[in-house]
Design a protein around this ligand. Structure first.
Ligand code: ADP
Ligand code: MG
Length: 697
């Protein structure tokens, strides 16, 4: 025990305790986020170079990225024209000469001297009768015995920073391994490690940094990635387990026929999937423990009515419900849709959004506080502000794929645990569902209401714009309606609004002359927005020119065309959401993407949209194109950085980690077994800021 303590302390030592690290190096390392010995041991290579088998210069192949070794015989700068400096070094080995070429990196010349031994990695081009290596990464070999670390083997290449060479960093990591790796505690239980054939942690770390084969590297990586994901799954499952023990602190009344009357009053029969999900919700609500449910259903699958049914169940049981939407427009629409459905049943509905007059707002707040309001609809600000409920029972969060673990925790502050439903149309790739929402129960709304025809998607160049709008005119003549979405102006709602106004003006004088055109943008007051949405909904407007505020949730079944200008500027998830605004009625619907993409990625997105309307396929492509961090903002939701595991590619490891975490908690729900002490400690250290998630009770 005492030994364990001191081992932990060793790992927390400042990095200067590692041989080769003085104050200057320590400052450089700090820039990489490395301040302790442990940080250094877990500084994972970003790639490897196989220097056990260097390519001879003569064999360097055109077009390939290769690694070679040679002696510098000359270095010089060329300035073929103003503003361009080319540094060129001739390198020889026993088979020939190659030229390393760098552009506008004049400092490289100062780093190289005749006679130096270099290892270079870069793209080979055979041109002008020369073998060139373009902008290679290189390392100077110094020829002492230490070089066994830097050549003749697979060497790690690390994320580094200015002034810190790969060679230096590699030596430092090596020194840290030699002196401190034995202090790293093994936290995986022995039986698990044996069953899954995992390397022991110290061996895994050594092999992660200095593998002697590709296979060793993969073994080490698998072990370390597993450990990260395993800890994460344990936290999520512990949290789920803890929530399962918490008492809601209130009980819904069991009588009443409100829900029955609500369902009978709907203008359509519910789909099978809707019935099933509502039953799942009803069962959760009867449980003494708080509900934590994620409802996933593609755009148009009919989630709103499920939210409404859940809220009705809540009111029937004697409590208040809240429905939160990501935008004021969407909150406004929900209010307009739900009010006429709910008020005839005697349910009092209120809208609480930023744009309300002061006294109106106070009246609503008062109504919520004294319990006169049964259901309040608003934006996510509902949980940020100090809204007091008389007897809140249920919170439904609509369209929020970014509503992660931390925000849900906030709902439960003050020792109060309402039922929570999160609804999202953004199909979440399974890896992320398991991490961001690993503590939730999942309901899938996997059936669309009947009579839908799939939306046909075309990508057109701007040269075809007039044809596109002629088509819109035809649709309007047949009684349908059209959305036109203006180019996205990132960061400036003001410019975006201006663009929308100009576009509407231009269209009303040219291609769409004579049609009734409305404009919607984020700078309008809530009242103005509502007025425009109302006129569009009841058909007074033929065309709605809008900024991307229209993106989520808007529901006007008579609209059959969605034109998106400069569509390549939008992300895939956004395009899919926008397209989901049409195809909601019995008519054939169209999504027309107008774009002359300038980037490869933009072009790819348009092609994906043309090819598929399957939300899951699109989410997966989006994940690949943009990466998980940006897509789901995982970081701001309190998920720890993953150093080894990759959410894009490690689904099998993730699923294994989840299975094992479940299995472990079944045997030892509180991790009290002495064999699990190490795990417990690691969880406490790594998730310190989230301990309240682990011990919610
Ligand atoms: P989502 O929020 O899942 O994107 P909505 O709740 O906005 O979808 O529903 C889309 C449209 O489908 C709405 O016009 C709604 O009235 C309609 N709808 C929902 N459920 C059904 C159903 N069971 N049968 C027919 N239409 C339905
Ligand atoms: Mg919706």
């Amino acid at each position: 025990m005492a030994r364990q303590e001191s081992d932990k302390d060793l790992l927390r030592l400042p990095v200067q305790y590692v041989k080769g690290v003085g104050p200057a190096r320590a400052r450089q390392l700090a820039r990489l986020g490395i301040s302790t010995v442990a940080d250094l041991l877990f500084h994972i290579p970003r790639r490897y170079e196989d220097r056990s088998n260097l390519t001879l210069i003569w064999n360097l192949a055109h077009g390939k990225v290769e690694t070679t070794q040679g002696t510098v015989v000359s270095v010089g700068d060329l300035r073929p024209r103003h503003g361009l400096t080319i540094t060129k070094a001739a390198i020889v080995d026993q088979t020939g000469v190659a030229y390393a070429v760098w552009y506008n990196q004049p400092y490289i010349k100062r780093m190289l001297r005749k006679g130096m031994q270099l290892i270079l990695t870069g793209k080979v081009e055979r041109r002008f009768g020369e073998i060139q290596i373009q902008s290679p990464e290189f390392e100077v070999l110094e020829g002492d015995e230490e070089d066994l670390l830097h050549t003749g083997r697979i060497v790690p290449i690390y994320p580094s920073t200015e002034g810190l060479s790969q060679r230096t960093l590699r030596s430092i990591v090596h020194n840290a391994l030699t002196a401190f790796v034995d202090a790293v505690p093994e936290i995986l239980p022995g039986d698990l490690r044996e069953r899954l054939h995992f390397l022991e942690i110290r061996e895994a770390l050594r092999k992660m940094h200095f593998p002697s084969s590709e296979e060793e590297h993969l073994q080490a990586r698998r072990r370390l990635a597993f450990e990260e994901l395993f800890l994460l799954q344990l936290v999520l499952l512990l949290r789920k387990q803890a929530m399962g023990q918490v008492q809601k602190g209130f009980r819904y009344r069991q009588d009443g026929d409100l829900i029955k009357r609500f369902i009978e009053s709907l203008p359509y029969p519910l789909t099978g999937a809707q019935r099933r999900v509502i039953a799942e919700i009803a069962a959760d609500m009867q449980s003494p423990h708080p509900m934590n449910r994620l409802i996933q259903g593609d755009v148009g699958s009919g989630k709103t009515v499920i939210a409404a049914a859940a809220l009705v169940l809540c009111v029937q049981g004697g409590y208040q419900g809240a429905l939160m939407a990501p935008t004021e427009i969407l909150a406004g629409q929900h209010y307009l849709t739900l009010k006429p459905l709910l008020e005839p049943l005697g349910i009092r509905v209120a809208l609480l959004v930023g744009g309300l007059e002061k006294d109106q707002r106070e009246e609503v707040l008062e109504g919520i506080a004294c319990g006169e309001v049964d259901i309040v609809i608003g934006t996510h600000a509902l949980i940020q502000e100090d809204v007091t409920f008389a007897r809140l029972g249920l919170v439904v969060v609509d369209e929020q794929h970014k509503f992660g673990v931390m925000q849900r925790a906030r709902l439960r502050q003050k020792g109060f645990y309402p039922d929570v439903i999160v609804m999202t149309a953004t199909p979440i790739p399974r890896t992320l569902a398991l991490t961001l929402y690993g503590d939730l129960d999942l309901s899938l709304l996997d059936e669309s209401p009947p009579g839908r025809t799939p939306v046909v998607t075309y990508w057109r160049r701007s040269s075809s714009r007039s044809k596109v709008y002629a088509f819109c005119r035809e649709q309007v003549q047949q009684g349908r309606q059209v959305y036109v979405v203006c180019p996205l102006v990132e960061e400036s709602e003001k410019l975006e609004a201006k663009a929308a106004l100009e576009m509407a003006e231009r269209l009303s004088q040219t291609e769409l002359k004579g049609l009734h055109i409305g404009v919607l943008h984020g700078r309008m007051s809530l009242e103005e927005k509502e007025k425009v949405m109302r006129s569009f909904r009841n058909g007074e407007l033929d065309v709605l020119v809008s900024t991307s505020v229209i993106e989520v949730g808007i529901d006007v079944p008579n609209a059959t065309v969605m034109v998106i200008e400069d569509a390549d500027r939008f992300g895939l998830a956004q395009l899919h959401q926008l397209r989901g605004r049409v195809g909601r009625g019995p008519w054939k619907s169209y999504c027309i993407l107008i774009a002359d993409p300038t980037t490869e990625e933009g072009r790819k997105r348009l092609e994906v949209m043309e090819r598929t309307s399957d939300g899951f396929a699109i989410a997966q492509e989006d994940l690949v194109l943009r990466g998980p961090g940006e897509l789901f903002g995982t970081r701001q939701h309190g998920l720890p950085d993953l150093r080894v595991a990759n959410l894009l590619t490690d689904l099998p490891i993730l699923e294994e980690a989840r299975r094992e975490a479940q299995r472990l908690l079944q045997e030892d729900p509180t991790l009290e077994d002495p064999r699990h002490r190490g795990l417990r400690g690691a969880l406490e250290r790594r998730f310190r800021e989230q301990v309240e998630l682990v011990s919610v009770s």
